[in-house]
Design a protein around this ligand. Structure first.
Ligand code: SF4
Length: 485
């Protein structure tokens, strides 16, 4: 998937100007959030459940190396072949090799954000293997040659009209605007693919260390189909997906489905322990698990950002974010959008390439309050800004431009003393005077241009708060003196 994180400002403007997208964003996130809040309220103590979820994920990430070793040992005993990939290219090469060795010419795929990160579909298709996303939303996104708009609802922004046209073009079906019929058209089309595919590829929602089990969550049955109809199942997981016990996985499931779609439980939960056994009526003959690092161990090694790996990709923080719900998912320019995208994308694609993302936030903290994995987004967003200010290179950051550094140094010097601060604010008011017209600041030059680009600012009052305070104290003292005399 093409990385366009550096185009955030431009793409955010496009999103804001898109009327149909604005219409979707005015309804859907509110609906998702309402469903999530209601589903959470059905738990005996939602706050305690979220705290437990945070503790489970914190513990799992803290023990990740040890748990991955335990998981590998147990899933191997269950008959799954584990293959490790250091980066996206390694992982794609492994999957491609498995496919070629088996003469695979068709693959059905379940929804997986990691394979989006890797750009796996493009690689498989370029190698002549027909590859079909089978989650309805992902199928629409793939056929429309777009990118996911939302972690959970990748096609929520695409209108019925557009989908109807797309299906006519891709499947040669009769045009319909009936949602049930559209779903049936996709279902019929994909059913043939499931029956012809020699390989099914899925992601992994959770990997249980104590039992060596892969947990997969979905609502459509397409993952179940992809893991049971083709002869070969290849699961692709990031190293952060591991949890210690089945009890931990079950607790996280309660939170995941509630946070994703407002369901107490999703329609399908698959617990995969290995290939088909002799007395099983269906299932794959062989199962491979590709465990991908893809920049995660670098994040793990950084104690200040490690908690990002706790994310279970529920999408809940997007629905409550005042920025995402205005600019939409495409603005973020890569796989992850919203608060988790603003925190995670810079670590995966490079701090400097994604620097606008962690400034596009009000730091209101609603993301943190709904996160079932205990991620403190505002703290991490500020950490990104701090690292940028100091030109930290750990994740590909660069020093800000000289003018920005100069302004910030003067600003910080000015704030450190009472007299300097007062002098500074007086000089500032004098400096902006030429740009005031009719009591308003309508156009500031650089570096303040952004403040007046889309709205006018009121002229700063001639008296500061300190002046008012001093006057009030003087008036009070005068009054007291008069009443005593
Ligand atoms: S950061 Fe938290 S709320 Fe956002 S997607 Fe990840 S787990 Fe869900």
């Amino acid at each position: 998937m093409k990385i366009e994180t550096e185009r955030f400002v431009e793409k955010a403007k496009e999103g804001l100007a898109n009327e149909s997208q604005r219409e979707v964003l005015s309804r859907l996130p509110v609906l998702f959030k309402g469903l999530r809040d209601y589903a959470m309220s059905t738990l005996p103590d939602a706050r305690a459940a979220l705290d437990t979820g945070a503790a489970i994920r914190t513990n799992a990430i803290a023990r990740m190396p040890e748990l991955l070793a335990q998981f590998e040992e147990n899933i191997t005993k269950n008959g799954v072949t584990v293959l490790w990939a250091e980066d996206y290219d390694d992982a794609k090469e492994i999957v491609l090799k498995l496919a070629k060795e088996r003469g695979v010419n068709m693959i059905t795929k379940g929804k997986s954000m990691l394979t989006e990160e890797m750009g796996l579909n493009a690689e498989l298709i370029a190698s002549g293997i027909d590859t079909f996303e089978t989650d309805l939303g992902e199928f629409i996104v793939q056929q429309a040659k777009r990118t996911p708009f939302h972690i959970v609802g990748p096609a929520v922004n695409i209108t019925t009209d557009e989908i109807a046209d797309l299906f006519v073009k891709v499947m040669g079906v009769e045009r319909t605007m009936d949602l049930n019929e559209l779903t049936m058209q996709a279902r019929d089309f994909l059913r043939h693919k499931f029956l012809s595919a020699q390989m099914g590829i899925t992601g992994v929602n959770m990997a249980v260390a104590e039992t060596g089990t892969i947990v997969l969550v979905e609502n459509e049955g397409n993952i179940r189909y992809s893991t049971s109809a083709p002869k070969t199942h290849v699961a692709v997981m990031g190293i952060e997906k591991v949890v210690p016990t089945m009890n931990d996985a079950l607790h996280m499931l309660r939170l995941l489905t509630r946070s994703c779609t407002g369901q107490a439980i999703s329609s399908y939960i698959s617990l995969i322990n290995g290939p088909k056994r002799p007395d099983d009526i269906d299932g794959p003959e062989e199962v491979f698990l590709v465990i991908v690092d893809g920049g995660r161990s670098k994040i793990y090694a950084d104690p200040e950002f490690r908690e990002v790996l706790q994310c279970i990709k529920c999408g809940s923080c997007l629905n409550s974010c005042p920025v995402w719900t205005k600019v939409g998912g495409y603005a973020y320019g890569w796989v992850y959008s919203g608060p988790i995208g603003a925190v995670l994308n810079p670590l995966l694609v490079g701090e400097d390439r994604a620097k606008d993302l962690y400034f596009a936030t009000s730091l209101c903290g609603t993301c943190k309050s709904v996160c079932p994995a205990g991620i403190d987004h505002p703290k991490l967003l500020l950490k990104h800004r701090e690292r940028r200010a100091f030109g930290d290179k750990t994740f590909g950051g660069k020093k800000p431009p000289l003018t920005e550094r100069l302004i910030m140094s003067i600003w910080s010097w000015g704030l450190k003393g009472n007299g300097r601060y007062r002098l500074g604010s007086r000089l500032f008011r004098l400096a902006i005077k030429p740009f005031v017209s009719n009591g308003k600041l309508t156009r500031l030059p650089e570096p303040g241009r952004g403040f007046t680009e889309v709205r006018d600012l009121p002229e700063p009052p001639s008296k500061t708060f300190r002046d008012h305070w001093r006057d009030a104290v003087e008036r009070k003292t005068d009054g007291e003196e008069r009443s005593t005399t």
